[in-house]
Design a protein around this ligand. Structure first.
Ligand SMILES: [Mn+2]
Length: 368
């Protein structure tokens, strides 16, 4: 088990990818799906590592591409944590804003390996002809039947399928870091292999059991750590908290944005006493008439709060009156010297999520 210590093998491979991409006559870019969740990132890295370390074609490079701009990586707090645990610092990774796929494609050097999706994202649709490999656990869209590798199975995590291929004869690639990266991802996706969550399949169980035996990692400890890091936003400032999980709509003449924020309003104000100013900056940069933050946290009960930022007094009065009379069951939170453009509420009805609030608000705004 000497190869199990550290992450030297995975790290050594990742250090080669930039040069390999320059030199190789064929560059297999391994990309995850648009949401760029942990499964997409870890599967991209591990599939590229596995194929790059075992393929016989010397003139082909396998390069994992993390499908978000580098600046957004820190927002995926569970990925930051698990990659770090696996010995992979962000500077060993390549991000969407750092690789010119169009140039590789026009040079005739691009091949795409899709992991964690089986139809290219809109941004990649012009590279359709380059799709060469698919490893995924989503519903099969029935495309690319001629792909050189086409593995689509409804398991709990794409990482399970990537790990299965490595365990089949290439166990030597599984240093401690590589194993943790796969295992932490499978555990997060399957809610710690819990049958009640209805994500786990026998294959996830079998693969996870092998990885656990190889690594000696404590399953519960690793799951708890990754799961809690998903909600650990302590490293993020207000602008990052707002953009971490953000959606925007044009409703009639109004542009509105709604962020989900995993923090109580009280903790947010403690972290950022200049909250109003930060909301102004965020809303102005996006030309918003209305910016809402839906704060949600568990302490110990699931709780929702609502922040409403609206600089236009007349619109603000109407929106606040509408929200206060709605089924949200709002109660004002008194927060000293917050700017008048911003209203803070405790939300008595925790069942109203963004999915429900957005259409309510849209219906109201179109009638204004
Ligand atoms: Mn997935």
């Amino acid at each position: 088990m000497s190869n199990m210590e550290g992450a030297d093998k995975l790290r050594a491979y990742l250090r080669t990818i930039r040069d390999a991409m320059q030199a190789a006559s064929t560059v297999h870019c391994v990309v995850g799906n648009e949401s760029a969740d942990l499964d997409s990132m870890a599967s991209a890295v591990m599939h590229a590592y596995s194929r790059g370390s075992t393929n016989a074609q010397n003139d082909a490079a396998f390069v994992p591409l993390i499908n978000i701009p580098r600046a957004d990586f820190k927002l995926r707090t569970e990925a930051v944590f698990l990659f770090n645990e696996a010995g992979v610092e962000p500077d060993l990774l390549l991000f969407a804003d750092e690789v010119d796929l169009a140039k590789l494609h026009s040079e005739g050097r691009l091949k795409l390996s899709l992991v964690d999706h089986n139809k290219p994202a809109a941004a990649h649709s012009k590279f359709e002809s380059a799709v060469a490999e698919i490893v995924d656990h989503h519903a099969d869209e029935g495309l690319y039947h001629d792909a050189a590798l086409r593995v689509i199975e409804p398991v709990g995590s794409t990482a399970t399928l990537v790990a299965e291929a490595i365990l089949d004869g290439h166990e030597d690639l599984l240093d401690e870091g590589a194993t943790k990266l796969l295992l932490g991802t499978i555990l997060l996706d399957t809610v710690n292999l819990d049958p009640e969550a209805k994500r786990v399949t026998p294959k996830d169980e079998r693969v996870a059991a092998k990885l656990l035996a190889l690594s000696g990692v404590d399953q519960q400890e690793l799951f708890d750590a990754v799961q809690s890091e998903k909600f650990n936003v302590s490293a993020l400032d207000t602008a990052d908290l707002l953009r971490k999980d953000y959606k925007e709509w044009q409703i009639g003449e109004y542009r509105i944005g709604i962020s989900s924020v995993l923090l109580s309003v009280g903790d947010w104000l403690k972290k950022d006493p200049a909250l109003s100013g930060a909301l102004t900056t965020y809303a102005e940069a996006r030309n918003l008439d209305l910016l809402l933050a839906m704060n949600a946290y568990t302490a110990p009960k699931f709780t929702r709060e609502l922040v409403v930022y609206c600089p236009d007094q007349s619109l603000r009065e109407k929106v606040l009156q509408f929200l206060e009379q709605s089924e949200l069951q709002l109660q004002s939170i008194d927060a000293g010297d917050i700017d008048e453009s911003t209203a803070l509420y405790f939300q008595g009805n925790p069942a109203i999520s963004r999915k429900k609030l957005q259409p309510m608000l849209a219906e109201f705004l179109v009638k204004l």
